[in-house]
Design a protein around this ligand. Sequence first.
Ligand SMILES: *[C@@H]1O[C@H](CO)[C@@H](O)[C@H](O)[C@H]1NC(C)=O
Ligand SMILES: *[C@@H]1O[C@H](CO)[C@@H](O)[C@H](O)[C@H]1NC(C)=O
Ligand SMILES: *[C@@H]1O[C@H](CO)[C@@H](O)[C@H](O)[C@H]1NC(C)=O
Ligand SMILES: *[C@@H]1O[C@H](CO)[C@@H](O)[C@H](O)[C@H]1NC(C)=O
Ligand SMILES: *[C@@H]1O[C@H](CO)[C@@H](O)[C@H](O)[C@H]1NC(C)=O
Length: 528
Amino acid sequence: MMSKQRSSFFMHIPPLLQLLLLPPILLLFMALMVSALDNYTRADFPADFVFGAGTSAYQVEGAAFEDGRAPNIWDTFVRANKDNYNGATGDIACDEYHKYKEDVQHMVDTGLEAYRFSISWSRLIPSGSGPVNPKGLEYYNNLIDELIMHGIQPHVTLYHMDTPQALEDEYEGWLSRNMVKDFTAYADVCFKEFGDRVLHWTTINEANSLAIGGYDNALSPPGRCSLPFGLVCPKGNSSTEPYIAAHNLLLAHSSVVKLYNKKYKATQHGFVGLNIYAPWFLPYTNTTEDLIATQRAIEFYIGWFLHPLVFGDYPDIIKKNAGTRIPVLTPHESKLVKGSFDFIGLNHYATFYIKDDTSSLKMEIRDINADMGGSIMYEPGDSSQDQDNGSSGLYEVLEYLKKVYANPPTYIHENGQRTVRDGTLNDTERVKYMHAYIGTLLDALKNGVSNTKGYFFWSFLDGFEVLGGYEYAFGLLYVDLNDKQLTRYPKLSAHWYSNFLQGRSIRTNEITEVVNGTFGSSKSQASQ
Ligand SMILES: *[C@@H]1O[C@H](CO)[C@@H](O)[C@H](O)[C@H]1NC(C)=O
Ligand SMILES: *[C@@H]1O[C@H](CO)[C@@H](O)[C@H](O)[C@H]1NC(C)=O
Ligand SMILES: *[C@@H]1O[C@H](CO)[C@@H](O)[C@H](O)[C@H]1NC(C)=O
Ligand SMILES: *[C@@H]1O[C@H](CO)[C@@H](O)[C@H](O)[C@H]1NC(C)=O
Ligand SMILES: *[C@@H]1O[C@H](CO)[C@@H](O)[C@H](O)[C@H]1NC(C)=O
């Protein structure tokens, strides 16, 4: 049916125009075919549930040395670890700093209801503390206004791996308690300047993987570690620093929540939460050892932050295995941290398998991974990191949060699929991935096992990725880096999401009827 329609459509069009029209038309037809998977629509979700997509400042903004933005630890990290990135940097990235109006238009075309982005601390307050940069203020005001003008909710992350370099140099960033004061003062500026229009604030993105990536295995800024863990680092202590950084992250987060509640909540009526990396874990085999190791992994990844936030202390197993290397939450700190959130942000990509490895607990020098006493495995027989192992892990994470942490309000802040950035727009695998995960989320909502308020796809654009820079892509839109204009091209996944969000999803049994409808309304998209 597809090829028949295409040939009759093409008969009346000159050959050259046919060639130009081919890619968008193909995408439309592919979108229709893939939509045939759907057995749910946007209308099955609550009306106040929000769907969006996300990015972070360093990964898309560019303009790294423009208009008063000062360096942060990302700028330093990519230069110190050129091999990780083939020498690439986020200096220009997607240039969203200059192209934000165009990007908001793409969001409108995709039907996004919300955009999750982060504020670059060193763009707004270049030295980390002290005077505000008027150009930085202007940029975020413009971006927020542009979003609101188009009916797109801004969901703002205050910190996404980018400590101002000045604070890293002065007192080693998250290793110091000084961060609590400076981060709170920075958040105060953001609430004061943007809080009249921004209702959803996330203090810190992936607090747990930041502590591990930044201070244990050195895969992300500030890239600290010590032997025998991680890469070879000039500075660091993988045994202690992840726990210290995590402790200061918790204190800084709760201090910001306290500030918001005291000074802004009554007038701005917004919500403040913390975000964690939340994979799901299954036992590698069904031996008792692997089952217990899997429970440990869940406590080390999810409980590390959620246990203090909900109960005011770290999980017993972490305290036991880390011993004196994990700071004690004093009664005063515990009181501050406990209950300090309106929602929990979850970045969920995949399910992994855990193999017991308690021999690591006998090692004299241990990092957090050794304290966990288990190895993270991908699918048995498949060593690919891109293996997502199905969407049921998302259901299980949400069910776990309900059971153990009293069903907190959550946002799925990131969910997405990594592919090699080869310029293909035909990302059918990504469409299947989105379809499966959004469907699983709907099941979780319908069965009452989750209190999820929104879903954000990672990512809106093919940006500068934490692992691998521009080698890999997660975007709904491809950004052509060989083109000076950095032109954006919607992938099949963007078309699918757009159809879904605009209520044009197709139920298998209604396909003929809806194919006509979708094709009609998609024509205008193709001609834009
Ligand atoms: C859609 O189909 C899948 C697979 O058959 C099923 O698990 C899911 O519950 C269905 N969702 C809805 C909303 O019917
Ligand atoms: C890390 O810190 C601990 C506790 O202070 C210390 O015993 C250990 O020697 C340090 N390791 C390194 C590599 O500096
Ligand atoms: C472990 O048992 C569960 C439940 O019986 C089963 O679904 C799963 O496939 C088993 N896992 C392995 C690795 O054998
Ligand atoms: C798109 O990708 C799918 C699966 O990878 C493949 O079956 C299909 O033929 C591709 N379509 C085009 C037009 O390349
Ligand atoms: C859809 O298109 C087919 C083929 O062009 C046509 O026969 C059919 O009547 C159309 N259906 C609707 C509901 O418009």
